[in-house]
Design a protein around this ligand. Structure first.
Ligand SMILES: Nc1nc2c(ncn2[C@@H]2O[C@H](COP(=O)(O)OP(=O)(O)O[C@H]3O[C@H](CO)[C@@H](O)[C@H](O)[C@@H]3O)[C@@H](O)[C@H]2O)c(=O)[nH]1
Length: 373
């Protein structure tokens, strides 16, 4: 029986992304999971604290970059440093999960893993733990990959969606509930606005939270089926882990990996995915619109300055200004803007358009403007 606190339960905290959607505050050197976007804790510290009631400390693995590993001590404060596994390069979530799975299998061939991004917000931590505990029970049976879905609140285009098979109306009527989990029919990554609106109205599409729970046998089986090359590489890394060849072998294997997300590489291909609905006040904070909405909905203000500190607004309304530097900022005759100012970079973006920030960062990367990333 695998349940919260079990020696067979592991967590994989993914902390290797660049967080480019929150540029210019989130940067290559200090991506968003290392920032205290809410409260005092860095996002990754809050994530690990949230997991501590479910997973033994020694079973929490953080997957990150060299730079991330160096920062870990600073950002975790009084939290015990978990096992940190350094990826030679960021290759998106499929290789990251393959390596973590190899490490876990070496420690425990009967493990269930909880996969969590390091930079999500959860408002109701008790509900989060209860939901994950349910998912662990299901995942322990080894058949299914469990994804946590969230009922969409708006036609968000920066998330992935999953479409579930809703039980027939008669079944709902007979047991009085919509069923505890749903089979997932399709995944749809980051739709355009019109499609997202249709998903919102459909009733059978949920946001994909990017949180998964599975037995390592189940995810290994799916890797073998959908990503056979990565499955072979995972086996190679598994053999090397714990030996003198470990470091070089992981470097080697990563040098030929292509960036692939777990959604594209595995989940979209699999017919073994089920969804449990997460009702724990989940947010990805995947864009400035998202972050500002989150801060303001909690009664805070994203505005960090006022006239006395050099912020003036004349004939201007509904603007949000994040002004970090000692600098005067005047807005005249403009509405509905987000102005995000840092020492060396300035973002001016219309509210509702912050999806474009990732694109801007991609272009800067392609053009070699690394010093501003
Ligand atoms: N260690 C490691 N972590 C990574 C890597 N790439 C991404 N991550 C981490 O994995 C998480 C998700 O990666 P993103 O690249 O930010 O994914 P996304 O575009 O936001 O989309 C995913 O998450 C959405 C919800 O947050 C989902 O809606 C969507 O379907 C998808 O799963 C983040 O915590 C990020 O730091 C990597 O190469 N290595």
């Amino acid at each position: 029986m695998i349940e919260p606190g079990s020696e067979h339960l592991f967590a994989i905290v993914m902390a290797g992304g660049t967080g480019s959607a929150l540029w210019p505050v989130s940067r290559r050197k200090v991506p968003r999971h290392f920032l205290p976007l809410f409260g005092r804790d860095a996002m990754i510290a809050a994530t690990i604290r949230r997991l501590e009631c479910l997973v033994r400390k020694e079973n929490i693995l953080v997957m990150t970059s060299h730079q991330g590993a160096l920062r870990m001590e600073d950002v975790l404060g009084n939290i015990d440093i978990p096992t940190v596994i350094v990826e030679p390069q960021g290759r998106n979530t499929a290789p990251c999960i393959a390596l973590a799975t190899a490490v876990i299998r070496k420690r425990d061939p009967d493990a269930v893993s909880i996969i969590v991004p390091a930079d999500h917000q959860v408002l109701d931590e008790n509900a989060f733990r209860a939901c994950i505990a349910d998912a662990i029970g299901l995942a322990a049976e080894k058949q299914q990959l469990v994804a946590i879905g969230v009922r969409p609140r708006r036609p968000e285009t920066s998330y992935g969606y999953l479409q579930v098979e809703l039980p027939a109306a008669e079944q709902r009527a007979s047991d009085g509930s919509p069923g505890h989990f749903f089979r997932v029919r399709t995944f749809a990554e980051k739709p355009d606005g019109t499609t997202a609106q249709k998903f919102l109205e459909s009733g059978d599409f949920y946001w994909n939270s990017g949180i998964y729970i599975w037995h390592i046998d189940a995810i290994s089986r799916e890797f073998r089926r959908s990503m056979p090359d990565l499955y072979r590489d995972m086996a190679v890394m598994y053999q090397a882990i714990g030996t003198a060849a470990e470091h070089d072998m992981i470097e080697d294997v990563y040098s030929w990996q292509h960036p692939v997300s777990i959604v594209c590489g595995v989940m979209e291909q699999s017919d073994a995915v089920v969804m449990i609905e997460g009702r724990f006040g989940w947010r990805d904070l995947g864009s400035w619109d998202d972050l500002i909405e989150a801060i303001e909905s909690e009664g805070g203000t994203a505005r960090t300055a006022d006239v006395s500190s050099g912020l003036l607004e004349i004939s201007s309304e509904r603007n949000t200004v994040h002004k970090a530097a000692e600098k005067a900022v005047c807005l005249v005759g403009v509405n509905d803007l987000m102005v995000i100012d840092t020492d060396d970079a300035l973002l001016v973006c219309r509210k509702g358009s912050s999806q474009g920030v990732r694109k801007a960062v991609d272009i800067m990367r392609r053009e070699g403007l690394e010093k501003w990333l």
